[in-house]
Design a protein around this ligand. Sequence first.
Ligand code: NAP
Ligand code: G4F
Length: 322
Amino acid sequence: MKSALITGITGQDGPYLARLLLDKGYKVYGLVARRSTPNNWRLKFLGIENKVELIEGDLTDLASIIRAIKKSNPAEVYNLGAQSFVATSWEQPILTAQSTGVGVLNVLEAIRLTDLSIRFYQALTSEMFGLIQESIQSEKTPFYPRSPYGVSKLFGHWMTINYRESFSMFACSGILFNHESPIRGIEFVTRKVTDAVARIKLGKQNELRLGNIDAKRDWGFAGDYVEAMWLMLQQSEPDDYVVATGRTATVRDMCQIAFEHVSLNYEEYLVIDEKFYRPTEVEVLLGNPAKAKEKLGWVPKTSLEELIKSMVDADLARVKKE
Ligand code: NAP
Ligand code: G4F
């Protein structure tokens, strides 16, 4: 039986990827950082909390990653762990650099020191395009990160390429555009909106405070995007791929979809609050997923409308149970 090790298994993407790998017959291990309270609610949401084996370890602790690799003996390592909230990366830039940037190097080193035949997937991001240099971003678009998070990911990107070229490692980078789901963290804008819509509809909240609602994002469904991660590691050669939908929409558009789903008008509840503006903003992202389609046969299956409605429905069910 093939084994896989996933870092960041308690985040949004980890459980979707774990479920996909379990369905394909893998034995799935997850690296989990020690927290004072267990953080398994997303694994529970997908019904897989008893099907994965968790190993304690931290991306900033090389020895713990080596131990996790020795214990799990994986054919594939998916490095999804990171401090991934862009706004926090200005509050904690050094921690972000250590986990989101140097953490990648730690995993690469751990593989180099244990078993160079392990296939490696690195979770990278459209945030690296930042101040966009082309109106539609592909694998060939120059990078211009705009946050400590984006800069840290770019370090991870070049380290992944360098280890691939230096040690012939099968190391792939997925440059993923924003992807969301009912188990998205509450601080990210889509989930903040869908949670607020549920609370407003059920009479538990009366306004929604947001920052820059003119920002545009290329939003897809996390469950679709983890398939691209797996496909990258099944190819004959390692490579880097943009994963996106090819459609961009404003935060305002997304709010409209969410509120309309419960027959409300977002304009009656939205308050602009400068507190949520960022020191430097990524104004617009729009990805070109042509290479992923051509080489991996990957296409997104879920529309923005379907995605946001499913998130509102999940939040309505959650808030009703509180
Ligand atoms: P997420 O929900 O923020 O999950 C991050 C995971 O990393 C959590 O399990 C977290 O554990 C873990 N983690 C953080 N610091 C760690 C450390 N020092 N050691 C070990 N684990 C640590 O992120 P996501 O949305 O699932 O995204 C997965 C990956 O894709 C991330 O690398 C993110 O940067 C990248 N990405 C995401 C998107 C997107 O739109 N979602 C787009 C492009 C790239 P705790 O829960 O215990 O803190
Ligand atoms: O949902 P967001 O916080 O996601 P952001 O910054 O695009 O980052 C996400 O996607 C990246 C891929 O491009 C990932 F790499 C990263 O890890 C993360 O998953 O913000 C989206 C947009 C921004 O322009 C932000 O300024 O929404 C705008 N926004 C407006 N009001 C807000 C708010 N964002 C948040 N989180 N909260 C607000 O109140």
